[in-house]
Design a protein around this ligand. Structure first.
Ligand code: ADP
Length: 418
């Protein structure tokens, strides 16, 4: 109580109220506790204890307005009061406090006409102080009770009112927090629905597309002779269109898969890289590309997503070349702290420094379809897929010489992310 004597010298706090300083200090602790409360139950629990402790009363109640009734939600007292009971607003003192939005301070409850004496007779209560929660339009009340006849002091009432005001803010916070939680949940659900829809739609779209593609190839092969050049060109355009559509759909699938990230396990990146080189056979043959696969680690993740990342980077490395140049691509890795960093280096056209960030955005492309076909989604979905693994994707490039795309993955399994 060192502060009490200091306070006497220069504040308006009365000399006899050493406990008032103590109560104020206690109130600061309660304010902190209330600021962390995330439910009405927790607020009730904190407040009922605090009301009794701060005022030194023999009992305290936490009352909530429930329509035209007062609900005695909780209590902390030397013997039972009215916990769990409801009384009409117009016959009980907590109702009076709420309806009038002002405190009630009573030294002898049996002579005050606002008190329903019958309800009090079985209890220890002789005197009380009660304050409204939320002074504008009260939503509840806090009551404190004494087993002896005494007039509660103005300081006790002011501490109690300060507690009620803090409680009111805490209740408002909980209401807002609940609302926020509900909105976040609704958003997560709709996000999940959307990604599921994108997945199903893109999955189902692949089937007819595959048929169109195959039929076109057959048509092209069979009618190569009799078709004139214009028809031949048309066929080629349709085929290019379907390839782009397929590319787009695959990117959508990866995007939706990354959103859900369900299947994770050990992924041997060297095996994945070899499989991709086989899959890219035609592109490699046509360009005469040389692909070197260095030492690659086994990581924990989704094999389909990580395969897609590597495939996007390797096929870009082969694609973004000056006309006539022979692609040379090296896939390598090194350990850096608790991450693996995998790199794909090419000898291609490179990327100007001012575009080295931009290319990771959705639908961002630096060249025309005629020059370098593509959808502008590969890097964006790769970045997303890696983020879901706790990894990053970045580039280091010298224009007209080479680019190295790096991606990192944690060496330890990445915890499921929301
Ligand atoms: P797409 O390849 O379908 O255009 P990406 O998202 O994979 O889409 O790439 C976005 C853009 O980044 C490309 O259009 C290209 O301009 C640039 N880019 C990607 N990889 C390379 C690379 N290895 N060398 C040069 N530019 C690249």
């Amino acid at each position: 109580m060192a502060r009490a004597s200091e306070s006497h010298a220069h504040s308006a706090i009365p000399a006899e109220s050493g406990w008032y300083v103590e109560a104020m200090e206690g109130l600061v602790g309660v304010v902190q506790e209330l600021s962390h409360a995330r439910s009405l139950d927790k607020i009730t629990e904190i407040t009922r204890h605090a009301a009794r402790r701060l005022t030194g009363a023999d009992g305290a109640t936490f009352v909530l307005r429930d329509g035209d009734q007062c609900f005695y939600a909780d209590e902390d007292a030397i013997s039972p009061l009215w916990k769990g009971r409801r009384f009409p607003m117009d016959i009980c003192i907590s109702g009076w406090v709420m309806l009038n939005a002002e405190p009630a301070v009573i030294d002898d409850i049996y002579v005050d006409p606002r008190i329903p004496a019958d309800a009090y007779r079985p209890t220890f209560v002789k005197s009380l102080a009660m304050v409204p929660i939320r002074r504008g339009a009260p939503i509840g009340a806090i009551g404190t009770y004494w087993a002896v006849k005494r007039m509660p002091t103005p300081e006790e009432v002011s501490i109690l009112q300060a507690l009620a005001d803090t409680t009111s803010v805490a209740i408002e916070n909980v209401t807002l927090f609940d609302e926020l939680q509900r909105n976040v949940k609704a958003l997560e659900e709709s996000n999940y629905e959307l990604s599921r829809f994108a997945w199903v739609a893109s999955h189902d779209l692949q089937e007819p597309l595959r048929t169109i593609h195959t039929q076109l190839e057959l048509l092209q092969a069979k009618n190569l002779g009799p078709l004139d050049e214009a028809a031949h060109n048309r066929l080629r355009l349709v085929k290019d269109g379907t390839s782009r559509l397929r590319h787009l759909i695959q990117s959508l699938l990866v995007h939706a898969r990354a959103e859900r990230m369900e299947a994770t396990g050990p992924v041997d990146m060297a095996e994945i890289a070899k499989g991709i080189v086989t899959d890219l056979g035609t592109q490699i043959e046509e360009t005469g590309a040389e692909i070197v696969i260095g030492d690659l680690p086994t990581v924990i993740g989704d094999p389909v997503l990580l395969g897609r990342v590597l495939q996007n980077l390797i096929s870009n490395a082969i694609k973004f070349q000056a006309p006539g140049s022979r692609p040379s691509v090296k896939i390598d890795s090194k350990r850096s702290g608790d991450e693996w960093v995998i790199s794909v280096t090419d000898n291609g056209i490179g990327i100007e420094p001012e575009f080295q960030e931009k290319i990771f955005g959705h639908f961002q492309r630096l060249h025309s379809q005629e020059k370098y076909p593509g959808a502008g989604l590969g890097l964006a979905v790769s970045k997303k897929a890696l983020a879901r693994h706790g990894g990053r994707l970045w580039v280091d490039s010298t224009p007209n010489r080479s680019s190295t795309f790096y991606f990192s993955l944690p060496t330890a399994p990445h915890g499921a992310e929301g």
